[in-house]
Each structure stands twice: as structure tokens, then as C-alpha cells.
Design a protein around this ligand. Sequence first.
Ligand SMILES: [Zn+2]
Length: 297
Amino acid sequence: MKKTVLLLAFAPLALAQEAPGPFAAVEVAPGIYQIGNTNEGFALNEPSDFVGGGVGLLVGDEYVVMIDDVIEQTAPALVAKAEEIAGRPVDFVINTHAHGDHVGGNAYVSENGALVVSHDRLRARMAGDERLDTGPGALPVVTFSDRMTFHVNGEQAVAIHVPNAHTDGDAIIHFRNANVIAAGDLSFRGLFPFIDLDSGGTVPGYLAGMQRLIDMGDEDTRYLTGHGPVATRADLEKDLAMLRDAEARVKTLIDKGLSEEQIHEANPLAGYGDEYSWFFITTERMTQTLIRSLTED
Ligand SMILES: [Zn+2]
């Protein structure tokens, strides 16, 4: 009875407030945020938790710079969240790679006045792909080949190309003064990574890219991740050690002459499954990627 009365008492207040959006933000350094789903720690437990890849946001007196813009469907809610944090519209969006969960909001952010920037290969990969090249504003307007620096808000944000890692157009963004690095999908924190062999990604390039992220940082560095929570250098070292060991385990079985089917049966990544398997990259799919990488020319 009491409960009902309380609910009724609060109902008008609840109705007056806007429905909560699907995005939460965490400030990792003054003026720098990671934005992700509302789950605690941006955990990805179910497909229903998925609102797009991890987003970075740099706000200050001069400009608002966003890193990636999730999927088409959730981009308006993301932009609303970014504007709520920044208090004004987004000026620049840097794309980290050409996947629909990171660039799907390009048309929307462009429509709202942002300038989209990426690596050359990212734009080339998006152009003509009907899933990504969805209309006016979808393609980046400014592209770079090796690196590009944004001098904004007292920060130097350096976008750096990492060759043939997650895709062939990857960029990581180094906020030099704040000691923050946006890793894009070179970090699936605590998750088996997707390495897109069909879009120019390679396992050796991915391993080298992760090592580069580690070498760029120190124990205080905070990494904005493409999927999962904000990471430390130790987190990346752990994930890289897992991936190196996983590759070595698969290679041992290939060298023994086991067939693809026999390798899956032997399940060499079983020890990592509980911690790293998720709905998109299961233990089986990770194993398959490693087999393909090690057996294809
Ligand atoms: Zn991706």
C-alpha cells in the first residue's frame, strides 16, 4: 500500500524528466571523456547492451573534438550526450576505422556541423560501400596519410595511423598533455578482439599496434578503448599477452599437422574463453581468425 502511494507521488516527477539515454560518460582526465553504454564499466554482456563502439570526447574553451560516432540509430543520443557534457556542438569528429559501429553517425554529425577527419584508407574503404557510404556527410572531409595534430584547448591531440592492424585505415589518437590515448578497436578491453582480415587487418599488425600503444604509454596513461572500459597500460599488456599466447597455441597445433576441424576440437583457447569470449567474438571465432591468419599467404 505504502509503495503504491510512493510510486504515485513520484510519477509526475518521473514523467517530467526525459527518458534516460543509452550513453554514460566517464572523465578520464580534465576535459577528456570516454562515452559508452550505460552498463557499469561499459561492460558488453549481451547484444542488447550494444549501442556502438567506444567514443572519446575532448572539450575545452576552444573546440569540441569527438572520436568516432557509433551507429546510425544511436548517433542522435550520442550527440545529445556530447553536447550535454560540452555545453555546445561538436566541431570535429576523428574516425578511428571504417566499421559501422564507429562511423555510422558520420552523416548525422556532419549535418549538425561537425567536420569529419580520418586516415586516407578509411575514406577509400567507406567510399562506394553502401553499408557505410550512406549519403551526404557520411565520408570524411579531411584525410591524412601518416599523422595529423589538433592544437586545441591547450592540448595536442595527435591522430596517428597504425598500418594493417584492426583494418587498413586505423588511427589512434594521442592526447599528449593529458597522457590519454584513444586506441579505437586496437583495444577490446578484456574481450577477444575482432581483427578484420577482409578489410586489410592482420594479426601481426594488430599485435604490433597493441605493442605500440603500450610503448607510447606509462603506468599513468589512460586508454580510451573501442569496446569495453577505460584501460591502463597493465590492462593492455595483459590483453596482448593473451593474444600472443593464443596465437602461439594455435600455431603449435598447425605445426603438428592438425586440420582446421581438429584444431577447433582441441580448443586451444579454452582457458581464455570464460574471461574473453563475448557475443561477437566467441572462442571459436577467435580461433578461426588465428587459423586463417597463420595459414593464408
Ligand atoms: Zn571495428
